[in-house]
Design a protein around this ligand. Structure first.
Ligand code: SF4
Ligand code: SF4
Length: 465
């Protein structure tokens, strides 16, 4: 749980499990023990899709809309009977005192608020004495009204809102079924959440339309939206007919590896100077965890995965939200109890493969301790020496993690000395002052003091820089 404790020290993050790519921080500690012993994990994560892939929007990059094809003729509604059985099994299968329910889609609010009132009733009915239940729900926020937001606030739901940045970049891909922009409606939904004092965070996808705007997106979310908790998910969308994780081509909408790295670096440069301790950015916190020697605490950056499964509207369980495909279906909870599904050999092998299939290029990498090769769904390119299985985002990850290394080292040392990592902002201010002095005295043909390796006249000495 060290990652969470670091998050608390940095910014009093309230512990929302990341909704799109998630596994709890506990997974890092739990999974190796579970794999060694092939026994029941104390906790696991299940992303539940009560309305399946059904959504009121038609975001052009959505990886999940095509999953509708898996269930021809379905009404895509989790039945009341299944809802109770799922809640009963999910609670019974875990031996920890806090159980996190994660609702996603498609658009989960299309189930209607009464479905969630019933879910809360079932949670109360089946929880053990002293047990704490938390709910997190990911939404496009378009359907939110006073009733929804009041319900979320009363029942302590943590809401993840999908918002890709200022209007021009958000509306580029996030449109409704009629192709109409959604930005104004999303902002109205956020306004309602704020008025009802419902907790929310922002999930931003990074794609071809916003990858060049890292700083602008970050400043917008911080200053205009008032978001304190943000996560940035790269869109890596395979270009094929199946909608499965197949082939090595990506769509034009996908972020480029270098673009993703640049996006993160541009945000980080602002964050590390002004916002440490008051704005939580998931990947920055994960990096700091790794720099302190703790497991990164998010499945995509952990050595192994496999404890973040997905539950479809009809009770089918899949290995992961990103692998809702026939080959990764583990069973249906009405036939096989969840506690047995989670320890199936197929699932164990799925989780271990993340580590076992890592190419030598990653094993030799200087930032492997924090990256661990990234999510297997994106490992479809070859290494420079021709070995398959390298992550499409490698160049971006490598640039970002190397870039943040010095300041992460500083923050990790502060933590080790029981001082606030926010002290890094003073350090950065000193560094900036020294750099300004060095710029002022640099000759046009001198190496640029910023360390880029370019001549000053071609770097910070250029007019306007
Ligand atoms: S494949 Fe593994 S690492 Fe990737 S999102 Fe799924 S559980 Fe996480
Ligand atoms: S940065 Fe690239 S080479 Fe290094 S571990 Fe990550 S994916 Fe592998």
């Amino acid at each position: 749980m060290l990652n969470k404790s670091i998050a608390l020290q940095i910014c009093s993050h309230n512990g929302l499990e990341p909704l799109a790519l998630c596994a709890s921080a506990a997974e890092s500690a739990i999974l190796p023990a579970m794999q060694a012993a092939a026994t029941q994990p104390p906790a696991f994560h299940l992303m539940t899709k009560p309305r399946g892939a059904i959504c009121n929007l038609d975001c052009k990059y959505c990886y999940f809309l095509s999953k509708e094809r898996l269930y021809p003729g379905s009404d895509f509604r989790m039945s009341d009977n299944l809802l109770e059985e799922y809640i009963r099994q999910y609670i019974a299968a875990q031996s920890v005192d806090e159980i996190n329910f994660a609702w996603q889609g498609g658009e989960p609010t299309l189930m209607g608020v009464e479905f969630f009132r019933q879910a809360v009733r079932y949670q109360q009915k089946h929880k053990r004495p002293g047990m704490r239940i938390r709910n997190a729900l990911q939404t496009n926020a378009v359907t939110l009204d006073d009733e929804w937001c009041g319900f979320f606030a009363e029942n302590d739901f943590l809401i993840g809102v999908s918002l890709d940045g200022p209007q021009d970049v958000h509306d580029y891909y996030r449109v409704d079924k009629g192709g109409q922009p959604t930005f104004q409606r999303v902002m109205a939904g956020i306004d309602l959440l704020e008025r009802h004092k419902a907790e929310f965070n922002i999930l931003t996808t990074v794609h071809a339309a916003n990858e060049g705007h890292g700083l602008r997106v970050y400043e917008f979310l911080r200053d205009e939206v008032g978001a304190q908790y943000m996560q940035f998910i790269p869109i890596v969308e395979r270009d094929n007919e199946t909608g499965y994780q197949e082939g090595d081509k990506v769509t034009d909408r996908s972020v480029s590896a270098e673009g993703y790295g640049r996006f993160l670096i541009d945000m980080y440069e602002e964050w590390v100077r002004r916002d440490v301790g008051r704005v939580y950015v998931q990947i920055f916190d994960i990096a700091l965890a790794a720099w302190t020697g703790a497991p990164p605490g998010l499945c995509i950056f952990d050595e192994t995965c496999g404890l973040a499964l997905a539950l479809e509207h009809n009770g089918d369980v899949y290995s992961c939200d990103h692998f809702v495909e026939p080959d990764y279906k583990l069973g249906n909870i009405m036939d096989i109890p969840l506690d047995q599904i989670v320890v199936m050999d197929q699932q164990r092998d799925f989780g271990l493969a993340k580590r076992e299939t890592l190419p030598q290029y990653c094993l030799d990498c200087e930032v492997k301790f924090v990256c661990n090769g990234g999510c297997p769904k994106n490992r479809f390119i070859t290494t420079p020496d021709g070995e398959p299985g390298l992550n499409y985002l490698c160049a971006g990850y490598r640039a970002f993690f190397n870039h943040v290394g010095p300041s992460m080292n500083f923050m990790a040392r502060e933590l080790a000395e029981r001082r606030p990592p926010a002290n890094v902002m003073l350090q950065m201010a000193r560094y900036d002052t020294e750099l300004e002095r060095a710029f002022a005295s640099a000759g046009r043909n001198d190496p640029c003091p910023c360390g880029s390796g370019k001549k000053f006249k071609r770097c910070h000495g250029r007019r306007g820089k």
